[in-house]
Design a protein around this ligand. Structure first.
Ligand code: NIG
Ligand code: FE
Length: 412
């Protein structure tokens, strides 16, 4: 099956050869081809170039993209898309003045989501989650990571991971699964955190590994949740089962989670709304990707991750949605890219790089997706006629997409 796009106004994020994480100044450069063609063969990018070199090959389908642009679909490396119900009640409580912390302290927050999820059947959880997955694909996500962590019991954690597994089987979009072993402490363990960690690490983790239900391991390293010591315990256990860390750190307090992540070769450290000089220095000596989640900062009204400080220190940065019911109930990556430009002072080039190639790196998919490169999956976004790619970030809230393609096929 061959398929060619012709007369593409601008083909964005064109990279030859192996592509890895972009750091510092590299993020400023977004390579494009104007007046281009793109050839897809069996769902894979086979060739591209400018129209004056367009090959005269027999194809099954030709699409004219006059006035429109093509870019790789967004790579969303941090979501909690599998959850049950919602937390609209807490949203109203926050509007009326309560803080996220106060809500969590009265038993709301993650524990509230866990209570609902524990009562929801696996089939119902799958049905609710698939609606959200289809929604984010429709809005341009072409690779995604999904976490457990709203189960907090053996059965409910495994239920979440099995739902992620089923999504992996039923959708062509690459999905990575993360076992979020320590997200919050259930009430019945409030005086014995070690017992909860033993349950998750000695009983649940071996099953997760045996049934190959997760690619990564995660922990919420935060005051009032899990300490650096707890974090190291989780990451050490994950390592024994071959699970690489991707962890929640520095959301409300910087307590050393960055260093714990790096010590265990974390693929990414995510949130970083607060970042200390020593965190930047540690990241400079690592291959760990810092990940910013501006949708969470927007929704909770907390500081935005200091992208300028991170990038200007020569570090890489990825952008992700954090799609979850409590702190970021949206998986819309266009919004994430816009917010990164508007609130974090990233340029459109930096934000697009951070939400494609660097997002792919943050889930180990940099050889599969995230750029227009020969041999990569044709998970693509075809825009409506637009003036420049900067409009994607500038005109926030508008749907700029004409069509999403997964493996070269039209999505819906
Ligand atoms: O990434 N910070 C920890 N976990 C999630 C949200 C938790 C919730 O409120 O449900 C996050 O923001
Ligand atoms: Fe998260």
């Amino acid at each position: 099956m061959k398929h060619i796009f012709k007369n593409i106004k601008e083909l964005i994020q064109v990279r030859e050869g192996p592509v890895s994480a972009l750091v510092g100044e590299e993020l400023k450069r977004l390579p494009t081809l104007k007046n281009a063609y793109l050839l897809i063969e069996d769902g894979i990018i086979a060739d591209y170039g400018t129209m004056d070199n367009c090959p005269d090959v027999a194809v099954d389908r030709t699409e004219d993209a006059t006035g429109k642009m093509i870019l790789p679909a967004w790579c969303d490396s941090h979501t909690h898309l599998v959850y049950a119900g919602n937390r609209e009640g807490e949203f109203i409580d926050r509007i009326n003045g309560m803080t996220y912390e106060e809500i969590a302290n009265r038993g709301g927050g993650i524990l509230n989501s866990a209570k609902t999820l524990q009562k929801t059947s696996e089939e119902e959880l799958y049905q609710q989650s698939k609606v959200r997955l289809e929604e984010v694909i429709g809005s341009g996500t072409g690779a995604i990571e999904i976490k457990s962590g709203y189960g907090l019991t053996m059965d409910a954690e495994l239920k979440m991971l099995r739902v992620i597994q089923r999504l992996k089987e039923n959708y062509t979009i690459p999905i990575k699964a993360t076992f979020l072993a320590a997200h919050a402490l259930p009430d019945q363990y409030s005086s014995d955190k070690r017992a909860f960690l033993r349950l998750m690490l000695e009983e649940v983790l071996p099953i997760v590994a045996k049934e190959r239900l997760a690619d990564y391991i995660d922990v919420f390293c935060e005051e009032g949740y899990f300490s650096v010591e707890d974090t190291e315990l989780v990451l050490e256990a994950g390592k024994k089962f071959g699970l690489t860390p991707k962890i929640h750190v520095n959301q409300f307090n910087a307590i050393g989670g960055v260093q714990a992540g790096i010590k265990y070769d974390a693929l990414s450290v995510d949130h970083l709304e607060l970042i200390r000089k020593e965190d930047i220095a540690s990241l400079q000596n690592s291959a760990t990707m810092p990940v910013a989640l501006p949708g969470c900062s927007y929704f909770l009204g907390i500081p935005y991750t200091p992208a300028r400080e991170i990038i200007d220190s020569g570090l890489p940065l990825a952008l992700a949605s954090d799609f979850n019911p409590g702190s970021a109930p949206s998986g819309n990556m266009h919004f994430v890219v816009s917010a990164a430009c508007i609130k974090m002072k990233m340029s459109p080039e930096e934000a697009i790089n951070a939400a494609t190639i660097n997002g792919a790196y943050a889930m180990g998919l940099e050889n599969e997706v995230g750029s227009i490169s020969k041999g990569k999956k044709a998970n693509l976004l075809l825009t409506k006629p637009i003036n420049s790619y900067g409009v994607l970030a500038y005109a926030f809230g508008t749907n700029h997409l004409d069509q999403v393609y997964l493996a070269g096929e039209k999505w819906n």
